[in-house]
Ligand binder design. Structure first.
Ligand code: PLP
Length: 367
């Protein structure tokens, strides 16, 4: 179905940057630069500089960045890792695939980990914390860092939705032992398929990730140091991402303007909660613009009928997916979020007209 207001518009995005994207791809193809070449190295350097760390390692996906970060922290069988249930399932699967047990805690009204609940969940088996900067807003890093230090726990940041977001002027991906990013096509910096990166200041974590992504092989010596994975960020993908990276600050500004237009347009509707929180320390990049209402399903249907595409992240608590074998952690706010959240159209191609049509449609529903 063609929407009047698409959630994102990959075709419009391509048309806008076609010359740069085509040039990046054809340069790789013409020169045969397909695997671990200069384009990947340049992107890693530029990404590390943008985030503000010493190293970035390009991998197959955000999932792989999380998995390798945990393996780099030597998380394994017998360990507990505390994270949130209100996240994409990959955060939790990465913990499970290390042989560790995920311990799921609730989120606060800003959709991010509640630090008080984090501290209460710590046991003698806790090894690490994976905090998730959801929707482009960073967690309360001062409190989470203090808890991690007090209890000698490793902190890993799931920053898949937060490239460019900051806390006290410091960017996501610079606080923990490692930061994990996703370049899934509809992320704030999106490729044309799966992609991800791990950022770190730690030489050992960097080396471990580089080995793990290439089946454990040290390319200099040919020695295999691990049973690893086939999980490189493709060179062509890196070349495209590197061309796009300089545009990211402008795209973030655009998203913030879109969010502000939504805020002004939707202000004052009883029963509707908007995603605007204290920005004295956080600077949001609005990967997603997530509103809340107990009438979510009816509102979504109304928007759909009016040609406005929306998404729900996520409609069912992760522990209710029986095959995942997760214990019900009884998280009241997470359950409410699943019932109430609705993500509105938001991308670098979202126009004022898109926002205004969405706002009018929502106002009509509540009228
Ligand atoms: C919060 C969060 N964590 C992890 C991931 C996993 O990233 P990927 O899809 O690149 O594996 C995503 C991406 O959807 C995400 O949104």
């Amino acid at each position: 179905m063609a929407y009047r207001v698409p959630f994102v518009d990959p075709r419009a995005h391509y048309r806008r940057y076609q010359r740069e994207i085509d040039a990046a791809i054809s340069e790789c193809l013409r020169s045969g630069d397909l695997v671990q070449r200069d384009q990947l190295r340049r992107f890693e350097e530029n990404l590390a500089a943008f985030v503000g760390v010493r190293y970035a390692v390009g991998v197959k996906s955000g999932y792989h960045a999380l998995h390798f970060a945990l393996l780099g922290a030597e998380v394994g069988a017998g360990d507990e890792v505390i994270t949130v249930a209100h996240t994409f399932v990959a955060t939790i699967s990465a913990i499970v695939h290390c042989g560790a047990t995920p311990v799921l805690v609730d989120v606060g009204s800003d959709h991010n980990m509640d630090p008080a609940l984090l501290e209460r969940a710590i046991t003698p088996r806790t090894r690490a914390i994976v905090c998730v900067h959801l929707n482009g807003r960073m967690c309360a890093m001062d409190r989470i860092m203090a808890i991690a230090e007090r209890h000698h726990l490793t902190l890993i940041e799931d920053a898949a939705q937060a490239l460019g977001a900051s806390y006290d002027g410091r960017r996501a991906g610079t606080f923990g032992l490692a930061g994990c990013f996703s370049f899934y096509p509809f992320k704030i910096l999106g490729g044309f398929g799966d992609g991800g990166a791990l950022t770190t200041n730690d030489e050992t974590v960097e080396r471990t990730a580089r080995l793990l992504r290439y089946n454990g092989e040290d390319r200099q010596t040919g020695e295999y140091h691990y049973h690893g994975y086939t999980a490189l960020l493709d060179n062509v993908q890196a070349a495209v991402l590197d061309r796009k990276l300089p545009h990211l600050p402008a795209w973030i500004e655009h998203r913030r303007r879109v969010a502000e237009r939504y805020r002004r347009g939707l202000a004052g509707i009883a029963g509707l909660t908007l995603p605007h929180y204290d920005e004295s320390r956080q600077r949001d990049v609005f990967q997603n613009y997530v509103i809340r209402t107990p009438e979510r399903d009816d509102l979504r249907e109304h928007l759909e009928r009016s040609g406005v595409e929306t998404l729900v992240h996520w409609p069912k608590p992760v522990w209710e997916h029986a095959a995942l074998g997760l214990k019900d952690p009884a998280l009241a706010e997470t359950v409410r979020m699943c019932r109430e959240v609705l993500s509105l159209p938001m991308s670098a191609e979202t126009t004022d007209d898109h926002v205004d049509m969405t706002v009018q449609t929502i106002r009509k529903f509540f009228a």
